[in-house]
Design a protein around this ligand. Sequence first.
Ligand SMILES: C[S@@+](CC[C@H](N)C(=O)[O-])C[C@H]1O[C@@H](n2cnc3c(N)ncnc32)[C@H](O)[C@@H]1O
Length: 268
Amino acid sequence: MSDAPRDADDGYFGESIAADYDDPADEMNSAETVDPVVDVLARLAGSGRALELAIGTGRIALPLAARGVPVAGIDKSRAMVGRLRAKPGGPEIPVAIGDLTTTVIGGGFSLVYLVYNTIMNLTTQAAQVACFHNAAAHLDPGGTFLIEVMAPDLQRLPPGETVHPFHVGHDRWGFDEYDIARQGLTSHQLSIQDGQARHVSIPFRYVWPAELDLMAQLAGLQLRERWGGWHGEPFTGQSRQHVSIWEKPLVAADRPGPRVGPDQNRGA
Ligand SMILES: C[S@@+](CC[C@H](N)C(=O)[O-])C[C@H]1O[C@@H](n2cnc3c(N)ncnc32)[C@H](O)[C@@H]1O
């Protein structure tokens, strides 16, 4: 059995993951999955520019650029970005190699987006907060930050259990292991390819919608919409994922300090 190697710079998205990422047989690469995403993003970008945090191989960025939206990206994996650059239209997309929580790419954007659960690849609350700050810093006033992420799946855990199998097939098995106290989730995937067993375990931090709203608020953003999917479905207690859109106000909100009047907070 081989473990997918973790490259020091590329993180969990080294060459072995990048090589299979664009598998046309995978539903995530189908027109049914990609087109509704691109429709929403193109609408939000309007006549402005879009920045994809964690642009990867350009699964979303390339079809968005093909709609005429100028797209730029940030990603820390050279292996993933190498795949993007090898595709038609890829070399025209400016990509900064670096951490999405700190890397700055020039120019203002009407849309910043982070899809496919990638906020969860940031495994600390501090890093997720920093992601919102970096997104907000790239936005023009009136611009939007969009995240697509799964709703924490804890309702699927039987009481006392910490492991949830999410795929059991004939040549691929996936289990999510929860660390409830730390909001941690390690996704274990085993597969058989060409007679070879392959194993990869990737750590995530699951995050609650209300927690994301607070992160947005800390970054000066306001919730505009939250859907249960890319077709604008209502977000409910049964939703498995959400698409959330925060906007940067046209005028930065006044942030008065704590209002403690002369008669407040005094003992009786
Ligand atoms: C699941 S892929 C998503 C790629 C693309 N957004 C898509 O929808 O297909 C996750 C991507 O996030 C990148 N990534 C993960 N953590 C990152 C970080 N801290 N900074 C920059 N990129 C990161 C990985 O290199 C990888 O390309």
